[in-house]
Design a protein around this ligand. Structure first.
Ligand code: ZN
Ligand code: ZN
Length: 175
């Protein structure tokens, strides 16, 4: 059995649309390599820093993912290797066990497609585009339809019409 405890810089391409591992960030691997009947069993954990933006409110996100790893690397000629498809099982290549693809797949497959700044992030106001979490709970907009706005103008404003205004006074014709 062998233990690996290493910190390695992340490559640039560990990223999905809204979140990813900053290139060069410290990725901490604590892995245990055990010889089993069919090959080498790799178990352990990864600590991976991620940065991105919230899918609901676009706030920047900074977090560390703690991921579990468990994977069998099959020996050449083992039953596992013989009964699995080419891409179904990882293989030991001679004496060489390539951990990089396992770490990459574990990280990339665990990056959230819709990351959130907090589980109950309310997102953005559809009318003004501000973060609802930053606004008072009763935040809302008086939305007046343009056509109703026209009516409000016509009937809503009280007009002072006084009888006998200049020009309006009835004229009487006398003979
Ligand atoms: Zn958010
Ligand atoms: Zn608003």
């Amino acid at each position: 059995m062998q233990e690996i405890d290493r910190t390695l810089p992340a490559p640039a391409e560990w990223r999905v649309e809204l979140i990813g591992v900053p290139a060069g960030a410290d990725v901490h691997l604590r892995l245990r390599l055990e010889s089993v009947m069919e090959g080498v069993l790799v178990t352990g954990e990864l600590d991976v820093p991620v940065t991105g933006s919230c899918a609901r409110c676009l706030e920047p996100i900074e977090d560390t993912l703690h991921l579990d790893v468990q994977e069998l690397y099959a020996y050449e000629g083992s039953t596992t290797e013989a009964t699995s498809e080419e891409d179904e099982v990882r293989r030991i290549d001679g004496d060489y066990l390539d951990l990089a693809p396992l770490v990459r797949d574990t990280v990339v497959l665990n990056l959230p497609l819709a990351p959130v700044c907090s589980e109950d992030c309310a997102g953005l106001c559809v009318d003004c585009g501000q973060r609802l979490d930053d606004l008072p709970a009763d935040h809302h907009h008086e939305v007046v339809d343009a056509r109703w706005a026209g009516l409000a103008e016509k009937f809503g404003t009280p007009t002072t019409s006084s009888p006998g205004a200049p020009g309006e006074s009835p004229t009487t014709e006398e003979n």
